[in-house]
Ligand binder design. Structure first.
Ligand SMILES: Nc1nc2c(c(=O)[nH]1)N(C=O)[C@@H](CNc1ccc(C(=O)N[C@@H](CCC(=O)O)C(=O)O)cc1)CN2
Ligand SMILES: Nc1nc2c(ncn2[C@@H]2O[C@H](COP(=O)(O)OP(=O)(O)OP(=O)(O)O)[C@@H](O)[C@H]2O)c(=O)[nH]1
Ligand SMILES: [Mg+2]
Length: 506
């Protein structure tokens, strides 16, 4: 484990740790071996600093030759190794005035500190072994969290959920490596050509490492969704009720709605949290039918944007007016969405007879197994063919066949709950949100994917009876990849890239 001795050649760093701007209180943080002596020169203490005890102090105006008081502050000292970073750390909580906080930082610089780089406090915590890399990343995620669910997941990760989750797999892998290496030493001695460990035992051992890591790899999608959210585009013919549904989902009248087709001219974007997942909802200009020309250039440009939103969205909601027959174009559009996550929404069901609504409800409640005979007469005239959704076990936003249509009325609100549920299901984000120790960034996902690849190669070598030396190379590669997940074997440039995305002062 890397350690960070409190030696004088380690820089003492300083930064404002509270957000830029004015606030009730603002905190300047100093970390490193010179923190205490530097603080002593900036402050007039009435009582000596003690570990983790808040003390009142006057902040001296260092620029003033008579060193008058600039502010009153509360100062806390954390002595190495019992601090956030692991080295001596001082916090000065002054009034939250940017000029005062900057003066404190400037004074600390003049006494030998240097400005902390983004994330450097957390980087030191990592380098001193107080946090592993997934925990350090979680600190960043927690600060960036936009929903409480995101914060909960980050907090679990910050508490070491990931390391705990991979620990048993790593233990098994180390055990297997030790076993094979011992066997090899043995074999190179007197007992040549003797397979000390039988292939079936190796196969089982590799499998016991693979299984939990595969489950971990599958958790990536969900973690990613919680971190970054998803974008949702509402597309369809003019007047289908896209903007009305958009407003319903947002629960406010954001987009303009009129009875005239071609009302929405440009894409309209709004954020929305659904089931703890941050979503970017995009209303688009209605797609005109062939031969049905856009009214003007603005509308034509708007339609071009609709196509872009359609191409970029993580999930497409194809909105169809249930009172209209589905056109060839819509069918083509629906077909082009195959293989991508999308939902078909039949809107304006309030305009159908009550008969329609009842049958539709029965149709929906049958669950997911529709057969062609089920082609409900309620859908007659809409042009929708029967759907046979298939469940896929894993895979990001995996297409699940053509989804069953969702029947809504933006006017009455009917079907909106079903639509919300269907959106979450399509994003595969239902169920336990705070899946403890889920992978939640590309770096983590790659570490696990590389581990699994190396394990698969090792397994193939085992099955093909290749020498253990070769298998050991793959197993060591797997171990290195697994260790990079928690940062034990992560290169400096990758570390640099990770911490540079943090706030200054964190
Ligand atoms: N004022 C303040 N608030 C803060 C932090 C901080 O550093 N300062 N934190 C972070 O930025 C977070 C809390 N995390 C922290 C984690 C560990 C330690 C720490 O010093 N731990 C020592 C024990 C300290 C003691 O003796 O009481 C240790 O574990 O050895 C401090 C904060 C959020 N709030
Ligand atoms: N009865 C009924 N009317 C609806 C429903 N949804 C929308 N409307 C009406 O249909 C008309 C068009 O609605 P919009 O939401 O503007 O349709 P749009 O798809 O955004 O249309 P464009 O922006 O032109 O592409 C408006 O008069 C709405 O009030 C619904 O579920 N039932
Ligand atoms: Mg509209």
């Amino acid at each position: 484990m890397p350690t960070h001795p409190a030696s004088p050649d380690v820089d003492t760093i300083v930064a404002i740790s509270t957000p830029p701007g004015r606030g009730g209180i603002g905190i300047v943080r100093l970390a490193g071996p010179q923190s205490l002596p530097i603080a002593a020169q900036l402050l007039q203490l009435t009582q000596p600093l003690e570990h983790a005890r808040a003390r009142f102090a006057r902040v001296l105006d260092s620029a003033d030759p008579n060193a008058k008081t600039l502010d009153d502050a509360i100062v806390t000292a954390f002595l190495a190794p019992h601090s956030y970073t692991g080295d001596d750390l001082i916090e000065i909580a002054a009034h939250g005035s940017p000029v005062v906080l900057e003066a404190i930082v400037r004074a600390a610089l003049s006494h030998g500190a240097r400005l902390a780089t983004p994330g450097e406090f957390t980087q030191r915590a990592f380098l001193s072994g107080r946090l592993d890399l997934t925990q350090a990343e979680a600190v960043h995620d927690l600060i960036a969290a936009q929903t409480l669910d995101q914060a909960r997941v980050a907090a679990q990760q910050m508490g070491g959920a990931m390391s705990r989750r991979v620990a048993p797999a790593k233990e098994s892998l180390l055990h297997l490596i030790a076993l094979l290496e011992a066997g090899m030493d043995f074999a190179s001695g007197e007992l040549d050509d003797v397979d000390v460990v039988p292939p079936s035992q190796i196969e089982a051992a590799i499998l016991s490492v693979q299984t939990p890591l595969e489950a971990l790899a599958a958790s990536f999608r969900h973690g990613q969704m919680l971190r970054s959210g998803a974008s949702l585009a509402l597309v369809g013919r003019p007047n289908a009720g896209k903007s009305s549904l958009f407003n319903r989902l947002l629960e406010r009248d954001r987009a303009i709605v009129t009875p005239l087709p071609g009302t929405t001219r440009d894409t309209v974007e709004e954020s929305l949290a659904l089931g703890g997942i941050p979503l970017r909802l995009i209303d688009t200009a209605g797609l005109r039918l062939q031969g049905d020309r856009p009214a003007d250039e603005a509308e034509a440009l708007g339609i071009a944007r609709s196509h872009e939103a359609l191409a970029d969205a993580d999930l497409v909601l194809l909105i169809h007016d249930a009172t209209q027959t589905m056109t060839e174009e819509e069918r083509t559009l629906a077909a082009s969405l195959e293989g991508r996550p999308h939902l078909l929404v039949l809107n304006k069901i309030d305009l159908q007879g009550s008969d329609f609504s009842l049958k539709s409800t029965a149709f929906m409640s049958k669950g997911t197994n529709f057969s062609s005979q089920d082609t409900s007469s309620s859908l007659k005239g809409t042009g929708f063919s029967p759907y046979i959704p298939t469940r896929q076990s894993k895979g990001a936003l995996a297409p699940e066949g053509t989804p069953a249509p969702i029947l809504t009325s933006a006017l009455t609100g009917e079907g909106l709950e079903e639509l919300r549920t269907a959106i979450l299901r399509a994003l595969q984000a239902e169920g336990a949100l705070a899946d403890s120790g889920a992978l939640n960034n590309l770096r983590q996902q790659e570490a696990v994917a590389t581990t699994l690849q190396a394990l698969a190669t090792a397994q193939a070598a085992n099955i093909n009876g290749l020498p253990h030396e070769l298998m050991l190379l793959d197993l060591h590669a797997a171990l290195r990849a697994l260790d990079s997940l928690t940062g034990a074997t992560t290169t400096d440039d990758i570390l640099g890239r990770i911490f540079s995305t943090f706030c200054i002062g964190k």
